[in-house]
Design a protein around this ligand. Structure first.
Ligand SMILES: [Zn+2]
Ligand SMILES: [Zn+2]
Length: 64
């Protein structure tokens, strides 16, 4: 049952750009890093509207 705690942490969909829990902020987009295809990038609606930069955790690619 203790494994549930880990699952909950992993389930939190954090915005890659601002780090807030994107799942609570309404609509958000998910896509694979256009550079390495190895990391899932997430952007909340706010960051999408502001065109905030995200940074891939795997290859360090930054993009709007
Ligand atoms: Zn955000
Ligand atoms: Zn990448």
């Amino acid at each position: 049952m203790e494994q549930q705690t880990i699952a909950e942490v992993n389930d939190k969909k954090l915005c890659t750009a601002c780090g807030s829990a994107a799942i609570y902020t309404g609509s958000f987009v998910e896509f694979l890093c256009p550079n390495c295809n190895g990391d899932l990038i997430r952007r909340c609606e706010k960051c999408k509207n502001l065109s905030n930069n995200y940074k891939c955790k795997k290859c360090g690619f930054e993009g709007p």
